[in-house]
Ligand binder design. Structure first.
Ligand code: ATP
Ligand code: ZN
Length: 296
C-alpha cells in the first residue's frame, strides 16, 4: 500500500441516510470509483483520493484527528462530537442541502405542555446528550438526560423517560409512537468538513480542485438557465423579474431590429408565475433548462 499521505481521504457514512447522497455528490465532481457494496475503502481511479466509508458518529473524529482530510457528516453529529468528545471541531466548509432534519424535544401526545418550564426535573432520553445538555443549560432548565444510541422514541412507553430529544425529518416516527414535537434544539443538514492537518503540495492541489468542483455542483443544483426573446425596450423590466440572476447576456436577433435574445443563470427557483410575468413584460419563446455543470 502507498504511504498514507500520498492520497487524500474523504470520510462518508457507509450505510444510512447520508450514504447515497454523499457518494453521489463525490461522483458528480467527476471522480470515478467502483462501488462494491461492502467496501470500506473506495479508491478513486484517476486521482489520488480514497473514500472511506464509516459510521457517521466517527466522521467528525476522524477528520479532527487527521485520519481523514475531509468528511461529509450531519451538522448534528459534528456538533455532538465537538461537545461530548471535546475534539477541536473540523471546519464546516459547505452546507450540502441534503440530510435535512432537526433535533427536537417531544412529549407524549396526551401530556400537557406549556413550555420549557414543564421539563424542569424531567427525564429526557436522547441520542444527542451533549447538544441537549447545552440547550437545557442555556435555557436554565434542570433535567436529567438518559443517553440512548437508538430507538429513542420508545423511551416514554417503556417509562425510561418522560420526554425525548431526537432527530426528526417528516415527523412520521413521532406520530407512530404517539409523540409530538414541542421544542427545536438544532436544525441540521449534511455538511462538508475539513481538518486542519498539513498536506503536501500535491494533495493541497487535489483538495483545492475537489472543493472547487463541489462548489460548482452545489451552485448548479440550485440554478437554472433561462433563455427568451424580448423587445430591447423591455430589458430593464425583465432584469428586475429574473430571480437571483446576475447581468444577463443580451444578443441582437438577426433580421429583427429592436429584438434581442436574453440569457441568464437564475440562482433561485423559477416558478410558473415568474415565466408569466416575463411574458407580460414582452418576452416570448421562454426556455428554462437545468444546468449540468458550473465552474465559478
Ligand atoms: P450509523 O450506522 O452510520 O451510525 P445512524 O443510524 O447513526 O448510522 P442515520 O439514521 O443513517 O444514522 O442518520 C444519519 C444522519 O442523517 C443523521 O445524523 C442526521 O444528520 C441525518 N438525518 C436526516 N433525517 C434524519 C431523520 N429523520 N432521523 C435521523 N437522522 C436523520
Ligand atoms: Zn450513527
Amino acid at each position: 500500500m502507498e504511504p498514507r499521505e500520498k492520497r487524500l481521504r474523504i470520510a462518508v457514512q457507509s450505510k444510512g441516510r447520508l450514504a447515497e447522497a454523499s457518494l453521489q455528490l463525490i461522483e458528480q465532481t467527476g471522480l470515478r470509483f467502483r462501488r462494491g457494496k461492502d467496501d470500506l475503502l473506495l479508491r478513486v481511479e484517476d486521482a489520488p483520493i480514497d473514500v472511506l466509508r464509516v459510521r457517521d458518529d466517527d466522521i467528525a473524529n476522524f477528520v479532527a484527528k487527521g485520519v481523514c482530510d475531509l468528511g461529509i457528516v450531519g451538522r448534528n453529529a459534528l456538533e455532538e462530537a465537538r461537545l461530548t468528545d471535546r475534539i477541536d471541531a473540523p471546519d464546516v466548509i459547505a452546507e450540502l442541502g441534503f440530510g435535512r432534519c432537526a433535533l427536537k424535544i417531544a412529549v407524549p401526545e396526551n401530556v400537557e405542555y406549556g413550555g420549557l418550564r414543564d421539563l424542569e426535573g424531567a427525564r429526557i432520553a436522547s441520542s444527542h446528550p451533549g447538544i441537549l445538555r447545552r440547550y437545557l443549560d442555556e435555557k436554565g432548565v434542570r433535567a436529567e438526560i438518559v443517553e440512548m444510541s437508538g430507538s429513542v422514541e420508545v423511551a416514554p412507553r417503556l417509562h425510561i423517560a418522560t420526554a425525548i430529544c431526537d432527530l426528526v425529518s417528516t415527523g412520521a416516527t413521532l406520530d407512530a409512537n404517539g409523540l409530538r414535537a414541542v421544542e427545536t434544539v438544532l436544525d441540521s443538514e449534511a455538511v462538508l468538513v475539513q481538518g486542519g492537518w498539513p498536506l503536501n503540495d500535491r494533495l493541497l492541489e487535489v483538495r483545492a480542485r475537489f472543493l472547487t468542483r463541489v462548489d460548482g455542483v452545489l451552485a448548479s443544483r440550485g440554478s437554472k438557465y433561462i433563455m427568451m426573446n424580448a423587445p430591447e425596450s423591455a430589458l430593464d423590466e425583465i432584469a428586475e423579474i429574473l430571480p437571483g440572476a446576475e447581468a444577463p447576456t443580451v444578443v441582437p436577433l438577426a433580421g429583427r431590429p429592436g429584438a434581442v435574445a436574453v440569457h441568464a443563470v437564475c440562482k433561485e427557483s423559477v416558478f410558473w408565475e415568474t415565466l408569466e410575468r416575463l411574458k407580460r413584460a414582452g418576452a416570448s419563446s421562454i426556455l428554462l433548462v437545468p444546468i449540468e455543470k458550473m465552474m465559478i
